[in-house]
Design a protein around this ligand. Sequence first.
Ligand SMILES: *Cc1c(COP(=O)(O)O)cnc(C)c1O
Length: 800
Amino acid sequence: MTNEKEPTLTREGFRDDILHHLKYTVGKDRHHASVYDWRLALSYALRDRIVEPWFASTKATWDNDYKRVYYLSMEYLIGRILEDAAINLGLKGLAAAALLDLGQDFDVIALDEPDAALGNGGLGRLAACYMESMATLGCPGYGYGVRYEHGLFRQRFEMGQQAETPEDWLSQRHPWEFERPESNYTVRFKGHMEERHGKTVWVPGETVIATAYDTPIVGWEGRWSNTLRLWGAKPTTLFDLERFNRGDYAAAAAPETLARTITRVLYPDDTTYAGKELRLKQEYFLTSASIKDILRRYLESHDDITELDKHIAIQMNDTHPALAGPELIRLLVDRHDLPFEQALEISQNVLGYTNHTLLPEALERWSTWLMGSVLPRHMQIIEKIDAAHLKANPARPASIGIVRNHEVHMGELAFVMANRVNGVSALHTELVKSQLFPALDKLHPGRVINVTNGVTPRRWLKLANPGLADLVTETIGEGWEADLDRLEELVPHIEDNGFREAFMAVKRANKAEAAHWMKVKCGIEVDPDAMFDVQVKRIHEYKRQLMNVFETIAQWHEIKKNPEGDFVPRVKIFGGKSAPGYAVAKEIIHLINDVAEVVNNDPDMRGRLKVIYPPNYNVTMAERLIPAADLSEQISTAGKEASGTGNMKLSLNGALSIGTLDGANVEIRERVGAENFFLFGMTAQEVIERRKNVNHAREAIEASQALKDVLQLIAEGRFSPNQRDRYHGLVHRAWNSDYFLVTSDFTDYQRAQAEVDAAFLDPDRWARMAALNTAKMGFFSSDRSIRGYMENIWGARSAL
Ligand SMILES: *Cc1c(COP(=O)(O)O)cnc(C)c1O
């Protein structure tokens, strides 16, 4: 699609735009404007530039009747928007220059923006990358989500322990969205069913209004723009005047309370199933409003509802929006009078399901009692779907069934309702077939396919690492941002000394900047020439931050035993939040902070070992730390990390990985070459075998003096001198259960870490390996992922 060429925007023109918004939109005089005021003015000036391509994209989609893709996700971990929008519009340089004329600093203003943290971790960040890539590729579509009043909590450390405070990104004006009070839908809950004139009618007990807030998502070079539509909740009646007048104030305010509650908070955990009524209501709130909006839009330009599957595709990001199936059937049957069988078939043709986890505790199940009371009509429909599936597959083994043991299994529901189910890395997809849904996979061969995750290079290279981005452009020319495979053209340059020096100079500058930030943030001085060894991600047992801490303690112990020895200086950098109710993860956080306290205050460690754990890891911190990383810790228990995307971001920014054969690590290693990846640990199959030995932990510890010492030091209270028994439980579990096999993989991990040290001692070799990581990451662009979805799942075509 080509736009009318706009008159060229000049520095003066853009300066005037900013001043106009400062005065007329923000209502501030330039001499009294704060950074916040300038940020709003700049945001509005930039947003104006998105509106044209946004309208043009919408119009082109209507005019050409393009197939539309709808991405349903309970989470979007977006981060800051301003700089990303400026870069995609090609206006960052101009904006910075215009601001300079006004005595303002672009970077300061960009950093004033709070992160939009409507997600927990990888799953939500993936949705954000995918929205950006869909816009870049001109894939006509919408993202649908929930406009949480409070996103992911803010993390602080109090005496080394995680404390949570609410996040309040909406307490300030949010300049990127447009409220759409005219786009609203009533969402129903509870109540009962009645038969009226041969039709089943759902008489709801509670209702709430979903109202739309639209944020335009602009792609690279502003060629296409899609919409992220987030649903806010409003009460159906402001309050019940009759009840109010009778003095029953609490009951009178019930609709308002329900509305406020539904979009109040993001559930701060996507790795465990929460059997909570509010969570179910949130999921249905998103799903119902979105499906109604999708049908409304379809019927505005089509008459025949049975042709729906030719014109739209709906993707379910995990099972959280899996009520999309029953909801679509309900609307087709109850409102559009289609027979159930036809409604089922149309719905299946429209839906796709992305599975994100193999952790059994994360698979959503709802008791039939709860489902039946919150969504009585859906419970009926789910039973009909299950019965129809059984009838169509009489050989279906008893082990499957959407409804089993008085529970609705959302994974099975999503699988049965989708025409394509996808895993998110090659290994994960194999495990989805062989371990998670083996029986369903046999019944529906070919339904499960792979789409390996990706990350957007606009944010994770161009924005986060301008130094490296500029070096790439100088070396291979422009255009790699939307064609990341071109990074491969760097390979011949790696032989060039000058290139390697420039590459490492960028890394050194990023490390110096990060070191300065850590000094300000944590009060700890680190040497930018030490190895920056980074593990940033949610804190979870399967991700095995504990193994990293054990290794840190072992290293500390080595240095203590041999204070005159030669050691490769390392800065161990951790970042990540634990779910508030996840006690074991919180204990790991406490231990990391306790170890940091001892290590950082030990004179023997000077110039050798530091441990840094800045609180409140989020997208903005990721953008800071990832470009400064030398080593990327991707050390999950094999078979547990579905894909990972942090691994891709770090490699793209020239960090070497130390990792297991898990998730997308397998594919990263294939591409960078085995000699450029520090592999260790058991394979997914070996993990299963190992667990059969009930003494695995004890045997592993007995076989390693270093590990035995580590556990002894922790047990003695060396890192918790004011509470020596603090970690008795942790040490006991390491000896006796250790489900995630930290102890069994520890010795091999240490071996790999020694190899890392050896490589780091040879700067030239390290530079080659690091540059090769960047050069080989083209495959992991989310543009490649989205092309895969468009071709193999959505049947959608680019409008560009
Ligand atoms: C990329 C990212 C994640 C996901 O990291 P993994 O290492 O894949 O778990 C989580 N949080 C933030 C803020 C991210 O940017």
